[in-house]
Write a protein that binds this ligand. Structure first.
Ligand SMILES: *Cc1c(COP(=O)(O)O)cnc(C)c1O
Length: 213
């Protein structure tokens, strides 16, 4: 199966759940050679988890493929904010006040604004990333109302050893309560579950490229 066949299969599977969720092809650790066929057929959404890797891989492509949208799905260090804003159209890992403030400052300085998902942490014992669920309500309000960041939705990474459905549904409920329309959830192993729970963006890597080395 080619990467294009794999992407088409995932598209079919999503559509069979009567969903139109966007597929973010997570290309971290894969070279442009592996990714190129998907760019050539016009795929738009690609995800990376490290700013430096994204810049090295994508900078020159973005000059010619102006429709491409890059998504940062991994943790963002504040010293990488400036570079991140240069290359990404979406950040899925907004998870703390200091980062939000720095992103706002850089948006104001550069004049560029992008879209954000706030990453929710449902279990501090199991995860380092994400704003704790108990603080999520206030943090969402803060980012939107005080900082005026363009928060479009919520993101989560469910703990691997648990049924992801419960986490996806909780995320969907919180988004609804906060009137946020976009849900970034579901990876290769669980995107169908996520789609049934209302995902609007799934983040899929290994189901397209095979296992990462
Ligand atoms: C790597 C990664 C993915 C894709 O994972 P696969 O299991 O390869 O589909 C999705 N989301 C995040 C945050 C990731 O780091």
């Amino acid at each position: 199966m080619s990467v294009i066949d794999n992407l088409n299969e995932i598209r079919k599977s999503i559509n069979s759940s009567s969903s139109n969720a966007n597929i973010i092809v997570v290309s971290k650790n894969f070279s442009l050679n592996s990714i190129q066929p998907l760019i050539d057929v016009g795929h738009i959404h690609f995800g990376e988890n490290r700013v430096q890797e994204a810049i090295e891989k994508w900078s020159s492509i973005l000059l010619t493929k102006v429709n491409l949208q890059l998504h940062l799905v991994g943790k963002l260090q504040t010293n990488k904010v400036k570079d991140a804003l240069k290359i990404f159209s979406f950040i899925h890992s907004l998870d703390r006040e200091k980062l939000a403030i720095d992103l706002k400052k850089e948006e104001d300085r550069s004049g560029k604004t992008i879209k954000y998902f706030i990453q929710i942490n449902f279990d501090k014992q199991l995860h380092k990333s994400g704003i704790d669920i108990t603080e999520a309500d206030d943090f969402i309000d803060y980012c939107r109302n005080q900082l005026n960041l363009n928060i479009i939705g919520l993101m989560c990474l469910p703990p691997l050893e648990f049924n992801p459905d419960l986490y996806f549904k909780q995320l969907a409920n919180l988004a609804k309560k906060k009137s946020l329309n976009q849900l970034s959830m579901g990876m290769s192993a669980d995107y169908q579950v996520a789609v049934r729970a209302g995902a609007t963006y799934v983040r899929v890597g290994s189901a397209i490229f095979g296992e990462r080395v």
